[in-house]
Design a protein around this ligand. Structure first.
Ligand code: GA4
Length: 330
């Protein structure tokens, strides 16, 4: 996104007046090595749909290397980046999010994490040094996927499921439909003049998958919507991960966990960079409440559907839509 060469803020739909938000210090923090981690994660997902993971064991070197490589790409001249787009849905995108008219003060790269897909357009887009980028993405993703499966196994334990792999098996499956997003929110100096108004980096939404694992640099911008409907800002932490419930996990727990609504506001001085792994099931997987979680006589709140059906419907929706609505039982 070459900010200077474009008419400033030509997307008026990006400018919103959001109620002033307070810095939220109440995000549960979980240490992966804590023997209580399983119950703390379950509690955090029940209360907030999100928690911060510390002592996660992912080498900082993997994180920094991917951040450096991403910035190298985002700093390329616009025509070079455009060659890697438009996203279909994978590839490079600028301002447009999804196929239905949503926009944000953002540029991004969306990748499928399936190795077969990773090797096609997704990575050839990095004409400069595809192998360097490939190895940075691979090292980061294999470590983050492993850690995410560990977290899902702790959740299965914490929920008292009969097998520890009841949730992690979806991500470990070689057909797992997971994806990975690198976001760059350029600073917007014009924002200062808009006193009291905000620039939407990524509009409010929930994630459709099972679980999302986010890492960002130290620039603020991420906000979550609490259960009472108030929006609060999440203090950034460059060395931790924020892990949140996706719509599919909401269904699998029959609403015991709720996917958290979140958004990102642009900053006027600092670029924000974030990397998010979205852990999803294989396309043909039925998304239904886990039977061992259902109390006697408890009924599913949702109609039966496959991940493919949900995804198809998600891609017809607008970002802020309540996507589970059509799948709820009347
Ligand atoms: C939100 C979560 C992930 O970023 C994403 C997004 C996807 C996209 O950018 O292509 C979607 C959005 C996300 C939900 C509704 C549809 C699809 C844009 C959009 C309007 C990659 C995903 O899986 O769903």
């Amino acid at each position: 996104m070459v900010v200077a060469s474009q008419p400033a803020l030509n997307h008026s739909s990006l400018i919103k007046t959001c109620k002033p938000t307070s810095l939220f210090t109440g995000i549960p923090v979980v240490d992966l090595s804590d023997p209580e981690a399983k119950s703390l994660i379950v509690k955090a997902f029940e209360e907030f749909g999100i928690f911060k993971l510390v002592n996660h064991g992912i080498p900082m070197e993997f994180i920094t290397r991917l951040e450096v490589e991403s910035l190298r790409f985002f700093n390329l001249p616009q025509p070079e980046k455009d060659r890697a787009g438009p996203p279909d849905p994978f590839g490079y995108g600028s301002k447009r999010i999804g196929p239905n008219g949503d926009v944000g003060w953002i540029e991004y790269i969306l990748l499928n994490t399936n190795p077969d897909v990773m090797s096609h357009k997704s990575l050839s887009i990095f004409q400069q040094s595809p192998e360097i980028f490939h190895s940075a993405v691979n090292d980061y993703l294999s470590a983050v996927k492993k850690m995410t499966c560990e977290v899902l196994e702790l959740i299965a334990d914490g929920l008292g499921l009969e097998a520890r792999n009841m949730l992690s098996r979806f991500l470990r499956n070689e057909k797992s439909d997971s994806c990975f997003r690198l976001n760059h929110y350029p600073p917007c100096p014009e924002l200062q003049a808009l006193s009291g108004r905000n620039l939407i980096g990524f509009g409010e939404h929930t994630d459709p998958q099972i679980i999302s694992v986010l890492r960002s640099n130290n620039t603020s911008g991420l906000q979550i919507c609490l259960r009472d409907g108030t929006w609060v800002s999440v203090p950034p932490d460059r060395s931790s991960f924020f892990i949140n419930v996706g719509d599919s996990l909401q269904v699998m727990t029959n609403g015991r966990f709720k996917s958290v609504k979140h958004r990102v506001l642009a900053d006027n001085t600092n670029p924000r960079i974030s990397m998010i792994y979205f852990g999803g099931p294989p396309l043909n997987e039925k998304i239904v409440p886990l039977s061992s979680l259902m109390a006697e006589g408890e009924e599913s709140l949702y109609k039966e559907f496959t991940w493919w059906e949900y995804k198809k419907s998600a891609y017809k929706s607008r970002l802020g839509d309540y996507r589970l609505g059509p799948f709820e039982k009347a």
